[in-house]
Structures are given as C-alpha cells and as structure tokens.
Write a protein that binds this ligand. Structure first.
Ligand SMILES: Nc1ncnc2c1ncn2[C@@H]1O[C@H](COP(=O)(O)OP(=O)(O)OP(=O)(O)O)[C@@H](O)[C@H]1O
Length: 909
C-alpha cells in the first residue's frame, strides 16, 4: 500500500469522525424539536431523517473501510504480500478440493495470527503457535480447510492476521474472500455488509473469466450493497494495444474479459442507449500495475462514499432549515396579519351595521313603496286564488243548527274560513314583500359581507380545530342578523307584522248568520284584508323590528369578536414563543450543522484552499487572495474565527442564506466553504474559510482614486439592483456600505459580505451594521425590516454624489458611536453639497427618512436612477459635441466656462 493511500485513509477516517459527529448532533437537534411539542406531526414528518438517508450515512461513517479481495485466491494472497510489502502469505498453493479460509488482515501492535469463530478470537489450532514465529502462514495448517475432520467450527473460523506495518493503518483492513465453493454468496454478502465499507477488487486468473468467475459475478450483482469493483487481469490483453505497440497483433482472447464484464453488466458499453442506467464505478486493469490501480480505485471509492454522505447530510440540513424558515415566515405573517384581520372584521361589521341602520332610518318610503308595489302586483292573482280556496274543514250548513244546504253558513264557520283566508293572504304577501326586500339588500350583502366572510374564514383557519370556532359562531350570528331574518322561509318578524294587521282586521269583522261563504264572499274578505293593510304602518313596523334584530346581532357580534381577539392573543403569544425558539435555538443549531456538512462536502470535492496574500481586513475576518479553487480563478477567501457558539450560530445561519442565494450578476458569487479545524489546535479553534469571486477593488478605495459621475450613477443602479434582488429573495442585507460594494475591471458593482444577510422572518432587532449607514430604528432595538437597506443606500448615494470618501460634516470622524447614534435619532443627516443633482438629493432624502414606511422601494428607485443617468448621458453627448465643435470652430460664441463647467460636471462630477 502506498504512503499516499495511507494518508488518504487517515483523511477518510478523520472526515468520517466529523460526519459521524455531525449526524449525531443532527439527530439530537431533531429529537429536541420533536420533544418540544411545539410542532405538528406533519411538520415533524417532513423534517425527520429518512431511512434511506440514515442507511447511507451510517454505512459509510460507522463501518471500517475494507479492501475486499475476491476471485483467484492465490492472486489475492500475492496482492496482500505486495500491499504489506512482506511475504506474510504463501503465494503458491496446492489445488484445494475442499476450500480456502477467509482471511482478515488488519493493523496490530505486534505481528500475529489467530483463528476466530463468529467474531471471537480464539486460538483453536496448535499450529498457530508454531506459525507465529515464521515469516508466512503455513498453508496446510491454516489456510486450507479441513472438511474431512468434520470440525465445522475449525472450518468456519476466520484467520485473523495482524500486521505491525506502518503501511497498514489502524481502522483499515483487508479481507481475502474465498470463492463460492467455500463460502456461499449469502455468507459472503453478510461479510460485505457487516461493519465494512467495502472496496472490492476482483482477481482474474488467466486471460478470460472462468465459468466459476461468471457464476460468482452474476450472483454478486444481486447483492443489495452497491457494488463497484476493480477487476485485475494481469494476463489479459486489451483489444487495442495502444499507439505504443502498433506492430503487436492482438491475440484471439484480446478484449475478451472486457466483453464478458460488459455482458455481466459491470462495465458500461462505450455508448449506453438513452434512458438506460450506466453501471458506474467499475474498472478493468490489465498488466502488472495492480497496486497503483488499487490505490486510485480505493481513493476514488472512499471519496465518492464520503461525498455521498456529505451531500446527504447537507440535504437533510437544508430541508430542515428551509422548513424552519418557512415556519418562521408563516408565524411572522400570522403575527402581522391576524390583528389586522380582526380590526378589519370590526370595521367592516360596523360599516355594514351603520349601512343597514341607514336603510332602516332613511328608506321607510322606499320600503313602503316596495310593499305597495308588491301588494298591487300580486293582488289580482291572490284574489283569484282565494276565490277557489277550499277551507280545510267542510263548510256545510248541516253542521249548524237550522242551516239549509247551500244556504248561509254560521258566523263561527265564516270566522274560521276568514282566518284561513288570512293565512293564505299572509303567506303570499309576506313572502312577496320579503323577496323584494331581500333583493334590494342583497347587493349590499354581496359587496360588504363577501370580503368579511373570507376574512372570518381566514381567522377560523388559524384557530385550534379542537375548540368550537369563534369565527364560525360569528358567521352564524352574521347570518342570523343579515341573512336568515330576511329569508321568506323563516321570516318570522315580517310574518308577525302582517299577521298582527290581519288578525286585527279579522277581529274587526262582524259576522252575520245570513252570509253565505261563496267565491264572492271569499274575494270580498281577501280584498278587504288587503285594503286594510297600511303600507306606511307596515313599513315602520317592519323596520322597527329589523332595527331591533340588527342591534342585537351587532352586540352579539361584538362580544364574539372580543372573545375571538382574546383567543388569538393567547394563541399568538404561544406562537411567538415558538418563533423565538426557532430563531434562537433550532435554526442556528441546524445552520451550524449545515455549514459543517457543506464545508466537509466542499473539502472532499475540492480540498483545502491555499491562502495567498492578505487583500483586506474587516471587523470579523481577514480576506486573502487565492489563485484557484474548485475550478474558479481567481478567488478571495474570507477567513473568520468565531470565538464562541453564539458567533458560530450567527455566522452559520447567515452563510446558509448566502449559499442559497441564486446567482445574480450584482451579487458576488459564493464558491463554497471549508472549515480549517487545525487553525488553532491548542485553543481548539477552527477557522471558517469562505471562498468567493475575487474583484479588483472595493468602492471605498475606488472613490479615493476618483470615479466619473456617469460611472458613479451606474454603480448606484447596480447596488440598488442587488438590493432589489436580495429583497425579492426575502433577504435583508443589513450592511450596505462602500466597502461591501466591489467593482470589476469595468467598474460594474456587486454586493458582497452577505454575512449579515437574513430572511426578514428571522430578524430579531439585533444591532448590526456599520454605524453611519445604520437606520435609527436599528439603534433603538426596535423591530426593523428590509427598509434598513434603503436607508443605508441613501447614505451610499450621498458618497457617490460627493465622489469622495470624506464623511458628511454632521458625522465627523472624531464623533463617538453614541454621539452619532443620537444625532441620527434626532434626524441629523448628511448635508447637501452645491453640485448635487436635485433629483438625487430628493432621492437620498427619501431613502434616509426616519419613518421606514416612507422610504421608497428598490423597484421605484432603480428606474428613477436610470432616468437620471439617461439625462446625464444625453447631456454628456451634447457637451462632447459642443466641445468638439469649439475645437473645430475655435470660438464658442458664448462663455467658454459655461460649456467647460457643464462638461466637467457631467463627466467628472
Ligand atoms: N471578494 C473580494 N474580492 C476582492 N476584495 C475583497 C473581497 N471581499 C473583500 N475584499 C476586500 O477585503 C476587505 C475586507 O472585507 P471584509 O468583508 O472582511 O470587511 P469589511 O466589509 O470591510 O468590514 P466588516 O466585515 O467588518 O463589515 C474589503 O474592504 C475589500 O476591500
């Protein structure tokens, strides 16, 4: 085994340790999340580690990397000798009719042999004692099974060989697995999967695969572990001998092994048909270069397994963090929207209540009309109906004493009949009137209550489903007050009004014994009834009742809203606590684990970046040049040493979002990160190296050297474009300043240092940023939002307009941070300089407004700046033309200073 592979294995074991620890911490964090009881089962189901992920991670991190030598037993023994660079095993073997033993070679402080049965070391053969003194293991005593002896324990025992060679690293071992005649595939696959991270090498004796090989290999493909194998065929011959030996004519068996492996599905055809999976990871090596081939194959296999684990871990962290962020966003939205919804519900109901009261107060005449019109329109039809109406009981003169059939009915019968006619008239008129009233109020109901219902539904959605919903109760009251009371089917109030009127009428009638109840009589009674209905009295009565109901419903509504507010207040208090736990505990912890897993992944893929010369220094880290890393060149590396857990958490969370920000031309590209655990071994301090795109200069240093005005305007546009993009991603930069704007060769700007970048939902009100660019609300510890970036942009625009890095007069360099904060809070801002563009001045004033909501949105600023830039570009064009004309003509015909001033202003500022 080469020293390079030893190093590689040591590195593998170190990385495995990190990944193992990371996975344990991840599971602990998830356990905490579950035990907190704050998250529902749906959320927990989505953040949990999948079984496939668990298997993928543990199979690599918990198992020992093992070189498994399969195929020709003698060739495997020879390979072991070559690897440990000592003849510890015999290389020539007699033909074995019984079978060979499984060998396990690992590192030991002393060289030795032992036979073990089912994992227990147990010397079961006296020959071992003799063997220990020898250089190589005797064949007959130890390698050969002795089935005839019938001693199964002895036959199934594994020969353990420990080698005290520095090339055999501890934590790495070699297994020599005999063929199927000795060991069944089931037993073999158990060996491959139990505690091993296998690197398979298959020795092929001769020029082609034997029948035994083919059977073994086709069975091996069914083993569930994903098998990538290095095939060694020292005597085989490739089909093409290569350009070095053009004269050699290939033999008949040339390329045969390749063909056989292709057939078995181990090697990929040169062109795999579309859609078919390509067998990966297998390789075939001819000739005697077995050891270098094993070295690079082992390296590649271990590498890809580690990468798989790193990616798997990162995807777990990413998934959980995204879920936590979404959760925080939802909660933040809930906290913001619910009180507004409740206010809206109150306001809307009040306005509906007032509108309906207005209807009751002012629309008496209209309702009177409605009643009159309705009654007039149905009158004839109703009278016809009443004419043919048959009372429910039999109207017979015989029932009355002294009555004549077909003659007059008794007064009692007449009264009963009149009462039934009253019912008919009542139901027809009331339903017609109610229908008309309904349609006149419906319009109001639709416009006002539609939104109100939706809002109530929203409030109901956020309610605890296990309790009776207050929103539902509200809806019911609402229905009762404004809808159902006017419904003809249940319109008891209106029916009651009519009923009363008609009852009085029926009572006022005098019954005569000479009256006959016939069509004319019924019609007469009904039309008298209709005539007796006074529209104005009815309208007044209806409206009076309506107002009473309305008032009751309104009061009921207000009581319910108060209850709903109380419930929501309690719920939101709880929700806010959970949000705090997400922001302070779960999200930072998970972000740190994500930073570790992503950095480990980057380390496996691209190695440790090489720090070049220092190119800058900030409050939190040092920036170094780096020639190239991960195929990117040139790079800049920001090295940060977080002093404690809290800094680690902040850094990790913020860089997680940086990593997730999609590429954008106005944002510095982030290439990856690596954690340097060896940064300060004594203090156990690690440095986090963030690798990013390198730019020639920052805006601060460029302004010192002078930048033309048009270019400065372009920089302002670029910066606001970058801010606009970050805000569109739900992120707030929080540290917009000259040094965080980097310029490329053509002075196009990109935002860097997203170190403070956070999703708005996770903002805590922490005081971060650079004092002069910090909005007043940041100092006061209030909750702030994306508009702090606009404030900072306003200050940056001031510098861009001055064209220098000189501080505003109001903020002298000698000023303490506290003085500066107090001045900013008092509303003191940078001064206007005489040459400032009017529109730019207005814009910066709007940006640094003390009231966050008054600051313009980036989407408004960007087009405005483009307009200003267009204006100056045009001016510049004209000025240039004038200047050229002057040069040609020699006389401007006016004041030359005017032109010169303009040209200087527009071109240099
Ligand atoms: N990607 C980069 N390419 C070129 N130079 C860079 C890059 N990133 C940073 N620098 C330089 O390194 C300096 C320090 O950067 P850094 O981000 O550490 O600090 P800062 O932004 O100046 O201050 P702080 O981080 O304390 O707010 C910058 O001013 C800039 O000149």
């Amino acid at each position: 085994m080469s020293a390079a592979l030893v190093l590689e294995i040591k590195k593998h074991l170190q990385i495995c340790k990190l990944l193992r620890q990371n996975f344990r911490d991840t599971k602990l964090c998830l356990k905490d999340l579950v035990q907190s009881g704050n998250f529902d089962s749906e959320f927990l189901a989505q953040v949990g580690v999948l079984r496939s992920e668990d298997l993928c991670i543990t199979a690599t991190t918990e198992n020992t990397p093992t070189l498994i030598l399969l195929g020709d037993y003698a060739a495997s023994l020879a390979l072991v000798n070559a690897i440990v660079k000592r003849p510890i095993l015999p290389e020539t073997l007699p033909p074995s009719p019984i079978g060979w033993r499984l060998l396990r070679i690992s590192y030991g402080v002393r060289k030795g042999y032992s036979l073990s049965v089912a994992g227990n070391f147990e010397v079961i053969d006296g020959a071992l004692a003799r063997a220990a003194g020898r250089e190589s293991v005797p064949v007959h005593d130890n390698l050969l099974m002795n089935k005839e002896s019938g001693d199964t324990a002895s036959n199934e025992a594994v020969l353990e060989i420990s080698v005290d060679d520095e090339l055999m690293v501890s934590g790495w071992r070699i297994l020599v697995v005999p063929n199927q005649r000795t060991l069944t595939m089931e037993a073999s696959s158990k060996i491959f999967s139990e505690g091993t991270l296998p690197v398979f090498v298959y020795n092929i004796a001769g020029r082609t695969l034997s029948e035994e090989d083919t059977t073994y290999l086709s069975q091996l493909r069914t083993v569930p572990t994903h098998v990538s194998i290095l095939f060694l065929c020292p005597d085989g011959e490739p089909l093409s001998m290569g350009p070095d030996s053009p004269d050699v004519i290939p033999s008949q068996s040339a390329g045969e092994v390749h063909h056989q492996l292709l057939q078995l599905g181990y090697l990929a055809p040169p062109e795999t048909p579309e859609g078919q999976p390509r067998p990966t990871g297998c390789d075939l090596v001819y000739g005697d270069q077995q050891l270098p081939a094993i070295d690079s194959f082992a390296k590649m296999t271990l590498h890809s397994r580690l990468l798989e684990v790193g990616s798997c871990l990162f995807s777990i962290h990413e998934r959980i963090l995204k879920m936590l962020t979404t959760f925080a966003f939802d909660v933040a939205r809930d906290l913001c929207i619910t009180p507004k919804r409740l206010i809206y519900v109150r306001e809307k109901e009040t306005s509906l209540f007032e509108d309906l009261n207005g209807v009751a107060n002012m629309k008496q005449a209209e309702i009177e009309n409605i009643i009159q019109e309705t009654v007039a329109s149905i009158k004839e039809g109703l009278l016809d109906e009443v004419e043919n109406f048959s009372p429910s009981y039999s109207l017979s003169a015989e029932l009355v004493e002294g009555a004549v059939p077909g003659g007059p009915q008794s007064p009692k019968d007449q009264q009963l009949c009149a009462e039934e006619i009253r019912e008919v008239v009542l139901s027809k008129i009331s339903s017609a009137v109610v229908n008309r009233l309904m349609s006149s109020l419906n319009c109001l109901r639709e416009t006002v209550t539609g939104t109100l219902y939706r809002c109530l539904e929203g409030l109901e959605l956020t309610e605890d489903k296990s309790h009776p919903s207050a929103a539902n109760a509200l809806k019911r009251i609402f229905d009762a007050a404004y809808q159902i009371q006017l419904n003809p089917a249940t319109s008891s109030s209106i029916r009651h009004v009519f009923y009363e009127r008609l009852r009085q009428f029926v009572q006022s009638l005098h019954w005569s014994s000479s009256t006959t109840v016939n069509k004319e009589w019924k019609r007469e009674i009904a039309s008298e009834m209709i005539r007796s209905l006074s529209a104005s009295k009815l309208a007044k009565n209806i409206l009076g009742q309506f107002k009473l109901k309305l008032q009751q419903a309104h009061e009921h509504f207000l009581t319910s809203v108060r209850q709903l507010e109380q419930k929501h207040a309690e719920r939101l208090e709880k929700v806010e606590k959970v949000r705090l736990s997400v922001r302070r505990q779960y999200a930072p912890k998970m972000a740190k684990l994500a930073l570790e897993s992503a950095s480990t992944k980057d380390l496996i893929l691209h190695g440790q970046p090489k720090l070049g010369k220092e190119i800058g220094r900030g409050q939190y880290g040092v920036v170094f040049a780096c020639d190239s890393w991960a195929g990117f060149s040139p790079c800049a590396i920001k090295s940060i040493v977080p002093p404690d857990d809290s800094h680690w958490y902040d850094l990790s969370l913020e860089y997680f979002y940086t990593r997730c920000v999609p590429k954008h031309p106005r944002i510095i590209s982030f290439y990856g990160s690596v954690i340097d655990y060896g940064y300060n071994v004594h203090n156990e301090q690690a440095a986090v190296l963030f690798v990013m795109e390198r730019m020639p200069r920052d805006l601060h240093s460029a302004l010192k050297c002078g930048i033309p005005w048009i270019t400065r305007l372009q920089i302002a546009i670029d910066v606001i474009e970058g801010i606009r993009f970050l805000h569109s991603q739900g992120l707030v930069h929080r540290d917009i300043k000259l040094k965080n704007v980097l310029l490329d060769k053509t002075y196009r700007a990109k935002l860097t240092d997203l170190g403070f970048c956070k999703p708005q939902a996770l903002l805590s009100g922490s005081v971060v940023g650079t004092p002069i660019h910090m909005a007043p609300e940041i100092f006061t510890g209030q909750k702030y939002d994306h508009s702090v970036d606009i404030y900072a942009f306003g200050i940056l625009l001031w510098f861009l307009c001055t064209g220098s890095v000189k501080l505003p007069t109001a903020f002298e360099p000698s000023m303490s941070k506290d003085m500066l904060r107090s001045s900013v809070r008092k509303g003191i801002r940078p001064e206007r300089l005489p040459y400032f563009d009017e529109q730019c001045w207005n814009m910066m004033n709007a940006c640094w407004s003390s009231e966050p909501y008054l600051r313009p949105l980036p989407g408004h600023i960007e087009p405005k700046l483009r307009e200003i830039q267009h204006f100056y570009k045009q001016g510049c064009q004209i000025a240039r033309t004038i200047k050229e004309t002057e040069v040609v003509v020699g006389d401007s015909g006016g004041s030359p200073y005017c032109h010169l001033d303009f040209v200087n202003t527009v071109t240099n500022g």
